[in-house]
Design a protein. Structure first.
Length: 119
């Protein structure tokens, strides 16, 4: 059984990936997991490897999607980015951590907010 939360999250990740591709990025990986956690999207923006956290909401009753990313979560994203690079034995010129917030209203198109270089 697919939970509503999982379906909303999967929708948001699809919308975020399409947004990033439209912005000229190349998706390298989605939903990469290790014992420490998960990276939603890993992309390349020129020579920069970008680790994207995607937050999706169906409304703003609990705040905007991007408000769900705390300092603790940002630190975890940095550790996960290092683990992803280590697993692949990659040395890259630059990395960046971005947040993509997706608001899925009951009607109309999703609203996407992309914040670059948050952590």
């Amino acid at each position: 059984m697919v939970l509503v939360k999982d379906a909303v999250g999967a929708y948001g990740e699809r919308v975020a990936a399409a947004h990033l591709v439209a912005a000229g990025m190349v998706i390298l990986e989605r939903n990469w997991r290790c014992p420490a956690g998960e990276l939603d999207i890993v992309a390349r923006d020129g020579d920069t490897v970008v680790f994207c956290e995607v937050k999706t909401r169906t409304g703003t009753g609990f705040g905007s999607p991007l408000e769900a990313v705390t300092a603790r979560k940002a630190a975890r994203l940095r550790r996960l980015a290092a683990a992803w690079l280590h697993e692949r034995d990659l040395r890259v010129p630059d990395i960046r951590i971005d947040l993509v917030g997706v608001l899925r209203p009951r009607r109309g198109a999703a609203q996407v907010e992309h914040v670059r270089g948050v952590a």
